[in-house]
Design a protein around this ligand. Structure first.
Ligand code: NDP
Length: 284
């Protein structure tokens, strides 16, 4: 029977660490860290994510601002807002919730956020920093997964890790973080010939696909650590991951639930990244 890695409890612990730090930082530097979250349009899922991010920031006691912009805002106007926030000395972190409306070039927007305020870790400068092993902001979701692995004392050195999914925001940075801990890493994707065979080699299996029930128990090595990043709605509209929990849980040694797994960790690591940005700016 797989033991559950409780993302909710662990994220609470991370947020509490940040909450303890905020008054100390205010005392030392004369101001609190400040996170700005921008949402464009009314995508219901994005609205929930954004609300949870602002709520978490309020919990920790840091400053936060929510900027809600209409779906038809021009790319130029959005870039103008970002430029102003880049210049604002009281702002430490800027997050633009993705996806953006089709008429706005996401890449341009990500590039426009100054590297030092890029709390999501998506800016090319931070991506390069991650792959070159230099100081950088690590994307929140993979950072949260590493914290989960550490919480169970998972030794990665020499282990086989398989990451299913190769997106810039989850799969690729996830693989690099596992590589940094000396795991032997395989990245699987939609063209992988025999996904089951690849997954069965994994001591640590990270799923970041977006397909409900893609991985079933017969694809999991007995005793493996299974981290499910996927967030999907099943036929009944219930939130679920990429793993078929019912068949994977008895096989895995450890498993993350959906909901209550990686999702809350992503938000907690955003708080930590805001502190990182604050400290880097104050250290200049
Ligand atoms: P993307 O759609 O950007 O990437 C999905 C990846 O899965 C691609 O690399 C794709 O391969 C691969 N893939 C698709 N179908 C298969 C298949 N049948 N077999 C193997 N691989 C496949 O998604 P994201 O990385 O942005 O997100 C992945 C999931 O994680 C989503 O459910 C998303 O909602 C969730 N998510 C959860 C977060 C959290 O906080 N819990 C945060 C971010 C994302 P290819 O490259 O070949 O197309």
């Amino acid at each position: 029977m797989g033991k559950i890695i409780d993302g909710k409890a662990l994220s609470q612990a991370v947020k509490d660490e940040v909450k303890e730090q905020v008054p100390l930082l205010e005392e030392k530097y004369g101001r609190k860290p400040c996170l700005v979250v921008i949402i464009v349009g009314e995508n219901p899922a994005s609205q929930v994510y954004v609300r949870n991010k602002v709520k978490a920031a309020a919990y920790t006691g840091m400053e936060s601002r929510l900027i809600e912009l209409p779906a038809d805002i021009s790319e130029e106007a959005l870039l103008g807002q970002i430029a102003a926030l880049n210049e604002d000395p009281l702002v430490d972190g800027i997050l633009v919730q993705l996806p953006l409306p089709k008429h706005i070039d996401e890449e341009k927007v990500i590039d426009a956020i100054s590297r030092e305020k890029d709390v999501d870790g998506f800016h090319p400068g931070n991506v390069a920093g991650l792959w070159l092993g230099k100081d950088c902001i690590v994307p929140c979701t993979p950072a949260g997964v590493m914290r989960m692995l550490d919480s169970i004392g998972c030794e990665l050195k020499g282990k086989n890790a398989v990451v299913v999914g190769r997106s810039n925001i989850v799969g690729k940075p996830m693989a690099k973080l596992l590589l940094d801990r000396h795991a032997t890493v395989t990245i699987a994707h939609s063209r992988t010939a025999d996904l089951g065979a690849v997954c069965r080699t994994a001591d640590v299996l990270v799923l970041a696909v977006g397909k409900a029930g893609l991985v079933t128990g017969d694809m999991v090595k007995p005793g493996a650590v299974l981290i499910d990043v996927g967030m999907n709605r099943n036929a009944e509209g219930k939130l679920c991951g990429d793993a078929d929990f019912a068949s994977c849980e008895p096989v895995a040694g450890w498993i993350t639930p959906v909901p209550g797994g990686v999702g809350p960790m992503t938000i907690a690591m955003l708080m930590q990244n805001t502190i990182h940005c604050f400290l880097s700016r104050e250290a200049r």
